[in-house]
Design a protein. Structure first.
Length: 162
């Protein structure tokens, strides 16, 4: 997971620096390997980091914190920002395909839906906590053991609950 995070940070660091976003990384040492498709998990990490950066646009001090840790039978990736936060009425919709609060031409609302599908296909979980005016934290947990094929949802299943 740390390798994926480092590669993703190398992709976004220049853009964030140009946007005056401070990126803090706290990567746990000696994380066990996670059975996963690294390019898909990198897509999730990239989406979360870019969304976090965009969420801080109205703040004078823009900050994104990326961390990894070992959880209970899982490896955990956390991406937090000090942005505007997500209004409570939108929290239940953020993983829905085509849901976006961005202006036209700025996003189509697929990033979080695809990320949700990828994490579900890996037998993991993605959670969000947000406070309006304070920021948002996404937490991704990936199990240390691969789920059985029968328990894995199809990768292309984008919408939650069906």
């Amino acid at each position: 997971m740390n390798k994926i995070v480092r590669m993703t940070l190398s992709l976004v660091q220049h853009k964030m620096k140009l946007s005056s976003v401070t990126v803090e990384a706290s990567l746990a040492e000696d994380l066990p390997a996670v059975p996963c498709d690294a390019s898909q998990i990198q897509q999730v990490a990239l989406n979360l980091m870019l969304n976090a950066s965009e969420a801080t646009q109205s703040k004078a001090e823009r900050r994104v914190v990326v961390s990894t840790a070992r959880g209970d039978g899982a490896v955990v990736l956390t991406v937090a920002d000090n942005g505007e936060g997500i209004p409570p009425e939108n929290l239940s919709k953020i993983f829905d395909p085509f849901f976006t609060t961005k202006s036209e031409g700025k996003g189509v609302g697929l990033g979080l839906a695809v990320s949700y599908g990828i994490i579900q296909a890996h037998g993991g979980e993605i959670e969000v906590k947000s406070a309006v005016g304070e920021g948002t934290t996404f937490t991704v947990s990936l199990p240390l053991e691969q789920p059985t094929q029968a328990s894995k949802p199809p990768l292309l299943e984008l919408a939650r609950n069906g």
